[in-house]
Design a protein around this ligand. Structure first.
Ligand SMILES: [Ca+2]
Length: 166
């Protein structure tokens, strides 16, 4: 309640009027806004302007930054303040587990094979003469085409018998 005296009153004597302050104390006085929310006073209520990452009338709700499923490759999301962290499956790295492990880091391909990373393993692209998962196995040489019978020279002598080939 505020008293106002009015000296300009023409009447003799004393006049006063008064106004009520409807609300009493500042509604923001109790710091109702949590998590650094900014309180705004109104005549009989307050509003909270929440800082990033929080919501609710009193900014009491820690928003779920995992709601958009940001973690890739099977990573588990852990909600934080205005942020999240991804608990990645073994070998995966990056904030969102977006980087798969480098299965080629140990140079697994032998004999000049080219290593190519895949999602959960690697594959070796082998040079022509090698095969196997890691190009460790020589490609068996194909049996040579049958040798044509040697042209017979003049049948003066009997054919020398060649030793049998494998
Ligand atoms: Ca959060």
């Amino acid at each position: 309640m505020v008293f106002v005296s009015d000296d300009s009153a023409a009447e003799s004597g004393f006049k006063f009027s008064f106004e009520f302050e409807l609300t009493g104390p500042d509604p923001c006085e109790s710091n109702p806004c949590q998590h650094d929310g900014e309180c705004e006073s109104h005549p009989d209520y307050y509003t909270c302007k929440c800082s990033d990452g929080f919501a609710g009338i009193n900014c009491e709700i820690d928003m779920d930054e995992c709601a958009s499923y940001p973690c890739k490759h099977g990573g588990t999301c852990v909600d934080g303040v205005r942020d999240y962290t991804c608990d990645c499956l073994e070998g995966f790295t990056g904030k969102d587990c977006e980087t798969p492990p480098d299965f080629c880091a140990s140079n697994p391909c032998e004999n000049g094979g080219l290593c190519v990373n895949r999602n959960v393993d690697f594959v070796c692209s082998c040079p022509r003469d090698f095969m196997g998962e890691k190009c460790e196995e020589p490609v068996p040489t194909p049996s040579p085409p049958p040798t044509p019978a040697p042209t017979t020279p003049a049948p003066t002598q009997p054919e020398p018998t060649e030793p049998a080939k494998n």
